[in-house]
Structures are given as structure tokens and as C-alpha cells.
Design a protein around this ligand. Structure first.
Ligand code: HEC
Length: 205
């Protein structure tokens, strides 16, 4: 009986120790983080994501982009992220406080996307890339997300939202490829991935 008590107390102490080390100490360190207010402009950073970009984040999660793309820029000396043009500064905890789910990622089969909204600013580029990554990058290993687009017959005027595709990727005459609302939300999310603001703990200069 005594031994059982020792084992139970041992288990409880181990759990309490882990909880203090992992959960409680992180909460003490980071739980009070808030958006940073730039007093000169009155703006808050990181800037909140627009509603459509938040919906796009859900699409990003559902489609498993996180299995191939990270969202964390490492500091110099811990990798070559900045030399690869993946961000002018490292990412820090405060950069993520607006998100409910933080998609840091654990593998980089594709490039880090933490600042992709600064590197690629054209909506058309993103749509072409998602429709068929081989259009922008020959031999790309990224899967195509063609199911986010609808092929439909042009009735009257062609849609202003139709994709501008190069020769060899266009649908048959009289048809057009139009993004669904999920594709549009996903692109807004990708455009919102930026680190072009300063935080007191990590200035860009
Ligand atoms: C199987 C791995 C894989 C998956 C899954 C994947 N990607 Fe990629 N992605 C890549 C690779 C490899 C590249 C680099 C080559 C290229 O441009 O195609 C890339 C490139 C990109 C780029 C261009 C980055 C830059 O720096 O120019 C974007 C944007 C992107 N992916 C978005 C996504 C999104 C959004 C999803 C989910 C819908 C996704 N990827 C899913 C492998 C993947």
C-alpha cells in the first residue's frame, strides 16, 4: 500500500513539474504580451488580419500547407533565412499573438512563408501558383490545388476574376477558370503574411 502511495505521489509530482516547466513558465514569460502601439502613428502591431484573410488561414490549415511550409524566420547565426530573402528580421512571439492557431511548421519542403506577402504581391501570381505550381516554377514539387478553381463556360462577357493562364494551361475555347471563394480567401491570407513593421524587442534596422 505504502509503495502504491509513493508511486502515485511520484507520478503527480512528475506531471506537476512538467506542467510548471512547459505551461506555467511559458505563461509567465509570454502570457502578458500585447499588440505594440506605435505612439507616432497610433497603429497597432502586428496588424490584425482582415476577416477574409482569417478565413483563408482556415483553408491553409485544412489543405495541410503546413506540412511543407514553415512560418518562422530564424535569426542570423541559426540558419540562412535572411540570406535567402525570407525576411529582414527574425520572427518573435509577439508576431503571432493575433492568431488562434499558430502554424510554425516543422518541415521546409517549400520556402518559409512568414513574409511571402512581401515577396509576392500579385494576386494573379498566387492564383496561377495554386492552380498549377508548374506554371511559375518548372518541375515544382508542390501539388496543384486545381479543385479550388472552377472551370465554367463563358456566358456573355468573360469574368473579371478569371485566371490569366499561359499557353498550354488554358481551358478549351469558350471556357474560363475562376477562383472559388476558398481560393480567394487563401490568397488574401498569403498576402497578409508580412513582417514589415518594427517591434521594440526586434527592430528591423
Ligand atoms: C508537398 C509539399 C508542398 C505542399 C503540401 C505545399 N507546398 Fe507550397 N511549395 C512547395 C515547394 C517545393 C515550393 C517551392 C517551389 C515552387 O515555387 O513551386 C513551394 C512554393 C510555394 C509558394 C511560393 C513561395 C515563394 O517564396 O515564392 C507559395 C506561396 C506556396 N508554396 C503556398 C502553398 C500553399 C498555400 C499550400 C497549401 C494550399 C502549399 N504551398 C502546399 C511545396 C509544397
Amino acid at each position: 500500500m505504502n509503495r502504491l502511495l509513493v508511486i502515485v505521489i511520484g507520478i503527480l509530482l512528475t506531471i506537476a513539474f512538467c506542467w510548471t516547466g512547459i505551461v506555467f513558465s511559458s505563461y509567465v514569460q509570454l502570457g502578458g504580451l500585447e499588440h505594440y502601439e506605435d505612439e507616432a502613428t497610433g497603429e497597432f502591431y502586428p496588424p490584425p488580419r482582415a476577416g477574409i484573410a482569417q478565413r483563408g488561414q482556415k483553408v491553409y490549415q485544412e489543405l495541410g500547407c503546413v506540412y511543407c511550409h514553415s512560418q518562422q524566420v530564424r535569426r542570423p547565426g541559426y540558419g540562412s533565412d535572411q540570406d535567402r530573402d525570407w525576411g529582414e528580421r527574425q520572427s518573435v512571439s509577439r508576431d503571432y499573438i493575433g492568431d488562434r492557431t499558430i502554424l510554425l511548421g516543422v518541415r521546409r519542403i517549400g520556402p518559409d512563408l512568414m513574409t511571402v506577402g512581401e515577396r509576392q504581391t500579385s494576386r494573379d501570381w498566387y492564383h496561377r501558383h495554386l492552380y498549377d505550381p508548374r506554371i511559375n516554377t518548372e518541375g515544382s514539387a508542390m501539388p496543384s490545388y486545381r479543385f479550388l478553381y472552377e472551370e465554367r463556360r463563358i456566358e456573355g462577357e468573360p469574368s473579371g476574376r478569371a485566371l490569366d493562364l499561359p499557353e498550354g494551361h488554358r481551358p478549351s475555347d469558350g471556357y474560363e477558370i475562376v477562383p472559388t471563394s476558398r481560393a480567394e480567401a487563401l490568397v488574401e491570407y498569403l498576402l497578409s503574411l508580412r513582417l514589415d513593421y518594427d517591434l521594440p524587442e526586434v527592430p528591423t534596422e
